[in-house]
Write a protein that binds this ligand. Structure first.
Ligand code: LMR
Length: 397
């Protein structure tokens, strides 16, 4: 049966984890996979999460199935975090949603539902986008095309190119957008861009699909949801995938949500039933533990305040590192790295070649994705000198 298959090379992001682990050099630095790291280089369990787990352990009375949509309580929490409790789409009961195994599960369930509704749909993704968007959406059988997004020369948004490309997207297609903390570029849409994209969505008749995987790690919990809320105000139909891997540090528990805004409650009911059926046909129902932790934290005033404080600390550390890197890299190399300060979330491109990325890995034990995407949170007081100096050497400065 499987003789016809060929071995594949490792995943471009996950493969780095293994290569880094096996590297015996003591001064090695991991700027690869997008997990938050503290000043000591660890990815600790958040204290609010540990406290909620303790409560869950004491209060849990059953391991019976939770059903394809996940728990109603979690879905309410997810919705409120995304849109804000007072948003019209919630008041009007126009949001269908399911708890999913991570943000990846949400993206894939979304893709399968689109495929059911309109198999000939093309999904337009930003150039560049997160490498795993393509298999997650494309393997459902949807065609993928790119729209202009990142300007390599200015290291910022190619707003004209993006709006021109989206102005040509045919009716019925999907446009995938990053809600905040664009992965891999760190370049986000500003308020005026969200309004402009919403206008184009309505004019062209495409449906926006927003991936919000880093809510709270850019400018704040509410600020990072601004794009989603603008689109939900303006567009009759909207798809949103969210992840709780990063903002709750629940990476391995696989917690996410897919939410779909429809024009009316009748359509919402139909979408909800279809979502349940898509889930049942893939993995039957989501895991319960991580979602229960999110629900416990969000529904408890003190735990929620503690979580917000921890999340704020993470965000401030990342943004502080952005400042530090922009300054130190500029000083050491004589080049302008100020763009790192302007960008948001875990990632930025250094803008060096694949050969220079390989040189950093081979000669200096510094790991990053071939595109020169770095995880800013991988930098700390103990490794920044080695990183900045190695960059200087590779750039011949
Ligand atoms: C990343 O982009 O590094 C993260 O989202 C982890 C992953 O699964 O790729």
């Amino acid at each position: 049966m499987f003789e016809a298959l060929e071995a594949l090379s490792p995943d471009p992001i996950l493969g780095l984890m293994a290569a880094y682990r096996e590297d015996p050099r003591e001064n090695k630095i991991d700027l690869g996979v997008g997990v938050y790291r503290d000043e000591a280089g660890n990815t600790p369990i958040m204290k609010s999460v540990s406290a909620a787990e303790q409560r869950r352990f004491e209060a849990e009375t059953t391991k019976a199935y939770i059903g394809p949509p996940g728990t109603p309580e979690f879905n309410v929490v997810a919705r409120q975090l995304m849109f804000g409790p007072a948003h019209a789409v919630l008041q009007d009961k126009r949001v269908a949603g399911v708890q999913t195994p991570g943000g990846c599960g949400a993206l894939r369930v979304g893709a399968e539902l689109i495929k059911r509704a309109r198999p000939e749909t093309t999904v337009w993704v930003s150039n560049p986008t997160w490498a795993n968007h393509v298999p997650l959406l494309g393997n459902a059988g949807l065609a993928i095309r790119e729209y202009a997004y990142y300007d390599k020369t200015t290291r910022s948004l190619d707003a004209d190119g993006m709006l021109a490309a989206l102005g040509e997207v045919p009716r019925g297609d999907i446009v995938l957008l990053h809600g905040c903390c664009h992965n891999p570029s760190g370049v986000d849409l500003k308020t005026e861009h969200w309004h402009a994209v919403a206008e184009l969505a309505n004019r062209q008749g495409f449906t926006p699909f927003i991936d919000l995987a880093y809510q709270g790690l850019g400018d704040g919990l509410e600020e990072d949801a601004e794009g989603v809320r603008i689109m939900a105000d303006a567009c009759p139909e909207l798809i949103v995938a969210s992840s709780y891997s990063k903002n709750f540090g629940l990476y391995r528990e696989r917690v996410g949500a897919l939410q779909i805004v429809s024009p009316d409650t009748r359509q919402t009911g139909i979408v909800q039933s279809q979502l349940g059926s898509v889930v049942r046909g893939i993995y039957s129902m989501p895991p319960a533990h991580g979602a229960a932790i999110v629900e416990i934290i969000r529904n408890d005033e003190a735990l929620n305040a503690a979580w917000v404080e921890e999340l704020t600390g993470m965000r401030e550390r990342i943004n502080g590192l952005r400042d530090l890197l922009a300054r130190r890299l500029g000083e050491r190399t004589g080049q302008d790295f100020g763009f790192i300060r302007e960008q948001r979330g875990m990632f930025s491109f250094l803008g060096i070649s694949a050969e220079q990325v390989a040189q950093l890995r081979d000669e200096y034990a510094i790991y990053m994705v071939d595109s020169s995407r770095i995880n800013v949170a991988g930098v700390n007081g103990a490794n920044i000198d080695h990183f900045v100096d190695s960059m200087g050497r590779v750039l011949g400065a």
